[in-house]
Design a protein around this ligand. Structure first.
Ligand SMILES: NC(=O)c1ccc[n+]([C@@H]2O[C@H](COP(=O)([O-])OP(=O)(O)OC[C@H]3O[C@@H](n4cnc5c(N)ncnc54)[C@H](O)[C@@H]3O)[C@@H](O)[C@H]2O)c1
Length: 268
């Protein structure tokens, strides 16, 4: 089977819903056992049930990527229960701090978004790296965003953090190449997840006329038709398919890359 992940254990942060769930299901479909580290026990448990229904093992651990103790405890729990972590998918991320306007330049916007999207991602990676180094094998896939290379209106904090993910991916890939650890990033385009629904709700609460009183899915679709050459949104399964390839041995000579999955929005 192409991209056979049988016998591998994949940890997906934020794997309970949205893109994370799409990644979880694709990895499980290729034979991987799955560990979900999520701040929400409820969605993690529901996702684990879906994995088990596919005949794979599922492990869950409460993990808040902004809290180092919680990361270390979760990685220890998963490693003890599953034996090891072969694949790490750093997916947990936020659009901004609650109530963010995107351009208000409040400290909390920079601090919170950075803490989750960059520092949290790095802290999870550092918690998992020692076992990958000891085995001289591992796959790390970081979720960036189309916003890194094609920032949208009012995405200053977010776009900055997602470009930082690109730089972190490159630095880590170089550092651990001889340890046989592949480090890559995926830059998704636009997916209709809770992430976008919450962002629109915040825009409406702040009185944004482009959103207020309108059907939010229509606004989402209308906006993306203007910017996505292929004219359609991406699905969590699209992102899961690319992550699965990068996690496979077929991708063993790909490292330090950020690969777009965005319907053609960025073509460099
Ligand atoms: N939705 C999009 O259009 C889009 C586009 C590009 C990139 N992304 C990126 O994809 C990733 C997932 O986005 P999504 O749309 O699925 O979001 P989502 O809000 O639907 O899901 C995020 C998941 O992460 C978990 N999470 C949130 N904060 C956490 C924390 N501190 N610790 C651990 N888990 C936490 C949530 O419980 C949830 O399961 C993010 O990194 C986001 O930046 C999303």
């Amino acid at each position: 089977m192409f991209a056979d992940l049988s016998g591998k254990v994949a940890l997906v942060t934020g794997g309970g819903q949205g893109l994370g769930l799409g990644i979880v299901l694709k990895l499980a479909g290729q034979g991987a056992d799955i560990a979900i580290g999520d701040i929400s026990d409820e969605t993690a448990a529901a996702a684990a049930k879906q994995v088990e229904a596919m005949g794979r093992k599922a492990y869950t651990a409460n993990m808040n990527v902004t809290d180092k103790d919680s990361i270390i405890a979760a990685v220890e729990k998963i490693t003890t229960e599953a034996g090891q972590i072969d694949i790490l998918v750093n997916n947990a991320g936020v659009a901004g701090a609650p109530g963010s306007t995107g351009t208000g330049f409040r400290d909390i916007d920079w601090d919170f978004t950075w803490q989750v999207n960059v520092k949290g991602l790095a802290d999870v990676t550092e918690a998992v790296l020692p076992q990958m180094r000891a085995r001289q094998a591992g796959k790390i896939i970081n979720i960036s965003s189309v916003a890194a290379k094609a920032a949208k209106y009012q995405t200053a904090y977010y776009a900055t953090t997602k470009m930082a993910v690109v730089a972190y991916t490159q630095a880590l890939a170089r550092e651990f190449a001889l340890a046989n650890i592949n480090v890559n990033a995926v830059a998704p385009g636009r997916i209709w997840t809770q992430f976008h629904k919450d962002w629109m709700a915040e825009r409406e609460a702040l009185g944004d006329e482009a959103v207020a009183g309108k059907d939010k899915f229509d606004v989402f679709m209308g906006a993306l038709k203007e910017v996505i050459p292929m004219g359609r949104p991406q699905e969590p399964s699209d992102i899961g398919a690319l992550v699965t390839f990068l996690a496979s041995e077929e991708a063993r000579n790909i490292t330090g890359q950020t690969i777009q999955c965005d319907g053609g929005q960025v073509m460099v």
